[in-house]
Design a protein around this ligand. Structure first.
Ligand code: ZN
Ligand code: ZN
Length: 832
């Protein structure tokens, strides 16, 4: 009789053993076959991790273990994205210094990761708030400044009143701050930018070769927003220089009946002063500039505007068209000015209707020419051009655009241009807890870079956190008062700190030489280890982090620091874990604010980390949303109990252990039913684990466990075969349940860790099994058919059925209360 399964004792033993052996340590200077596994480094939050967070770490760890067993030198490091506002807000509220607060959170989170049996190479640990790390942000910034890739300019920027800082465009979601949800205002401020727009074309082209989810690539493409069109110069009577307008539809130039400018336009003040009613125009400009982005850009938002009484010249028609200021024109769209073509653009149409501006159609519809008086909305670009001089009768399409571009270029009133939605990356933040920007303001010399020898510019300690009254750094005399590095006169240190996305844009390089004080990256190691082979993290980083990392990687390549331009070869976004919310009665995303989280700490206490891991991986396709269930956890625990019992029973049979290399050594009784099951299981688990489909891998392992138990009971196999099969089970199960498997591997007499054992290989001949078609019913109605191996067990059939696209539609959002399984024939899911 085997003693009771005691996960607490087993897990403590193996976690200590792995730590003592430094089981995950990798010498990154060596250059054998590598596998770089990386989870996005987390922000060390004050709240405990819940099982929803745990999913991506467990997935990463399972893949890492599997790659090691496949013989690759796998690196799995961990660090901390440690700067950011929450620490500063905590300082304001509780008086704890952001550093102490952050380091405390790191210590707690590290314990939690450790308790899940996650194997990281902690010798590579780094934190972005460590001066040994952030000095290289500053160093890189100086190199970018030298090349004109970092610059300072006064520009209309997004201001979050809640966070008291500016935001990058990427951090504004539907007009609100993505962090605090406050309505974002537009303010004119002098700020630091990184010239990511120079890289727009390369960032776009590089997407092609990446093994990333298609939707992430699409989101990046849309964010870059490449569009071909033209810049057209409109002469304005009150101004010396024409106003340039970017349009993707230069072919509709004859239909432009007004010019509309953003109130932030550089010519706004001049135009207001020269307008027919300067006071009103200035008041309008001031008022709109205080409106939030959301009020201005939301679809269906009120179109507001004011005429200047000044005319511009439509270069195609030669007619005068009025110049307006309009709230819906945003300063960061194109040139901050648009040509209004109300007949064919809905926003322009609404504006023209609201203010009685002329509407001139230039594209015929199927019904023929349009009557502007009868139009109720803008007409699509379609049919052929009319009202358009020598372009008349050109069909809608690229040829019309090309002709229009050639026409404006020929007359010197415009030029073909590729426009991007992407704007330069605004990195200034008016907060304390970030990397100080290494610049000094001198009255005589202007803005002067901090010399390399003076790096790092350290965050000062003598800082008071009192609340929302600007950047705390401005009140630190020690920090602000400096002498100019160029002329020696009294000068002022820059107090803006960097957006924390600068920190996370290159950290994957730093894991390769984290302690190197002499250089930012080690080029030889970077060349060998980058790109990261498998990057795992949330879909919420589809644009910001991933775009910035791809940009900075290219900059580093251009600076000659590394020879790579894509940092992450393969990307995986895990699905969220949802749970029934007892209060609302709905299945919702697990989150602290909703109060429906499950803590892994408590589950580990009750069932052990291996159970949490098995269930988290078994819960469903990893890229999809999955619903947490208590019964599922208990089911996973029962499975591990059965494995434990089985190992004990087979060990008690005696006989010599089989060689470590598993069944591929030819000693397996391949011809027997158990031998066939063994080879089929190896085949399936190998295939599934490689693409993160541990849910079907676990289902196959459950079958395998049952198959061995049945063979043991019936006495149909000899002890040596049974021991061999159990050895294979332990190996295949190791990435999922590492502690229990290590324990039994050792009890079976193996001297080295399972991580050092070779992943079993299957014999395709032996794995071959006849296939059958399994009918899937939902509540008694046929909803799908599956191709499965003859003799497939219930767990496998159920897992496959739930995964089937057609069946999913019938069971999603409902609870499967029961499954009736007739082997090789049908499975009926009873759902509610
Ligand atoms: Zn905010
Ligand atoms: Zn100076």
């Amino acid at each position: 009789m085997t003693e009771r399964y005691d996960p607490a004792a087993i897990e403590a033993k193996w976690q200590k053993r792995w730590a003592d052996l430094r089981a995950a340590y990798v010498d990154t200077a060596r250059s054998d076959e590598k596998f770089y596994m990386l989870n996005m480094f987390p922000y060390p939050s004050a709240s405990r991790l819940h099982v929803g967070h745990g999913r991506n770490y467990i997935l990463g760890d399972a893949l890492y273990r599997r790659e090691r067993m496949a013989g690759r030198r796998a690196l799995n490091p961990m660090g901390w994205d440690a700067f950011g506002l929450p620490a500063e807000n905590a300082a304001i509220q509780s008086g704890v210094h952001p550093r102490e607060y952050t380091l405390g959170n790191i210590a707690r989170m590290k314990e939690q990761l450790h308790a899940l049996g996650l194997l990281y190479d902690w010798s590579k640990e780094l934190a972005s708030c460590d001066p040994r790390y952030y000095r290289w942000n500053q160093w890189l910034f100086l190199r970018m400044w030298e090349r004109g890739l970092a610059y300072r300019k006064k520009a209309p920027v997004n201001w979050c009143p809640g966070c008291q800082t500016v935001l990058a465009n990427e951090q504004v979601v539907e007009g609100r701050c993505e962090r605090s949800d406050d309505l974002v205002e537009i303010r004119d401020l002098t700020q630091w930018f990184l010239r990511i727009t120079d890289y727009a074309e390369r960032l776009l082209a590089g997407l092609e070769g990446l093994d990333w989810p298609e939707r992430v690539k699409t989101m990046q493409r849309n964010w870059i927003g490449r569009s071909e069109g033209a810049q057209i110069y409109f002469r304005v009577e009150a101004l010396a220089d024409p106003i340039p307008v970017f349009t993707t539809r230069p072919d509709t130039l004859y239909g432009a009946t007004f010019l509309a400018l953003a109130p932030e336009h550089p010519a706004a003040a001049t135009l207001a002063a020269r307008s027919s009613r300067p006071a009103d125009v200035s008041a309008f400009i001031e008022r709109v500039r205080r409106e939030s982005r959301l009020e201005r850009e939301a679809e269906g938002a009120r179109k507001d505007g004011i005429a200047t009484g000044i005319d511009a010249l439509n270069p195609a028609t030669g007619e005068k068209i009025p110049v307006w200021f309009a709230n819906f024109v945003l300063p960061d769209y194109g040139t901050g000015a648009i040509m209004g073509v109300p007949a064919h653009d809905q926003r322009d149409f609404e504006f023209a209707r609201a203010f009685g501006l002329p509407i001139r159609p230039v594209y015929r519809t199927d019904e023929g020419e349009l009557d502007p008086a009868k139009m109720t909305e803008a007409a699509p670009h379609g049919g052929r051009l009319y009202n358009s001089g020598e372009w008349n009768d050109l069909p809608n399409g690229p040829e019309a655009v090309r002709r229009a571009v050639a026409w404006v270029e020929g007359r010197g009133v415009g030029k073909g241009e590729i426009g991007y939605r992407l704007r330069d990356w605004l990195i200034s933040r008016q907060r304390y807890w970030g990397t100080p920007i290494p610049a000094i303001h001198c009255a005589a010399c202007g803005v002067v870079p901090v010399p390399d020898a003076d790096l790092p510019v350290l965050l000062p300690e003598d800082v008071q956190f009192r609340g929302v009254e600007g950047n705390p750094l401005e009140r630190s005399r020690d920090f602000v008062d400096v002498s100019c590095p160029r002329c020696g006169a009294a000068a002022r240190r820059e107090t803006d700190t960097m957006d924390t996305f600068v920190d996370s844009s290159w950290y994957y390089f730093r894991f390769l030489n984290p302690k190197d004080e002499t250089r930012m990256v080690d080029p030889a190691r970077a060349s060998h280890w980058i790109p990261v082979d498998q990057y795992v993290g949330g879909i919420e980083h589809a644009i910001l982090h991933l775009m910035y990392a791809r940009f900075i990687c290219r900059v580093m390549k251009d600076l000659g620091l590394v020879d790579r331009e894509e940092p992450f070869a393969r990307l995986f976004n895990q699905g969220m874990i949802t749970r029934l919310n007892q209060v609302t009665g709905k299945v919702e995303k697990m989150s602290k604010s909703r109060g429906n989280t499950v803590s892994p700490d408590e589950l580990i206490g009750r069932f052990g980390a291996d159970t949490v891991r098995v269930y988290t991986l078994f819960i469903g396709p990893p890229e999809k949303e999955s619903e947490w269930s208590e019964e599922g956890v208990i089911g996973a625990h029962r499975f591990l109990n059965r494995v434990h019992e089985l190992c004990g029973a087979v060990l008690a049979l005696g006989s010599a252990p089989r060689a470590e290399s598993g069944p591929a050594d030819g000693r397996s009784a391949g011809g027997t039913p158990l031998g066939r099951l063994e080879h089929r299981t190896i085949e399936r688990v190998t295939e599934d684990a490689g693409r993160f489909h541990f849910h079907t891998a676990v289902a196959a392992l459950m079958e395998f466990q049952r198959g061995i138990a049945e063979a043991l009971e019936s006495g149909s196999e000899d002890p040596e075969t049974l021991r061999g099969a159990v050895g294979t089970l332990l190996q295949l199960l190791h990435p999922v349940a590492p502690h229990l498997t290590e324990e039994w591997w050792e009890r079976f007499g193996q001297k080295r860790s399972l991580l050092e054992s070779a992943w079993p290989r299957h014999d395709p001949e032996l794995a071959l099994t006849p296939r059958v078609t399994l009918v899937v019913q939902v509540n008694g109605k046929v909803r799908g058919k599956l191709d499965v191996a003859r003799g497939a067990g219930e767990a496998e059939a159920l897992a496959r059925a739930r995964e089937d696209e057609r069946v999913r539609g019938w069971v999603e959002g409902r609870t499967i209360t029961r499954a009736v399984y007739v082997p090789d024939r049908l499975i009926n899911l009873v759902v509610q």
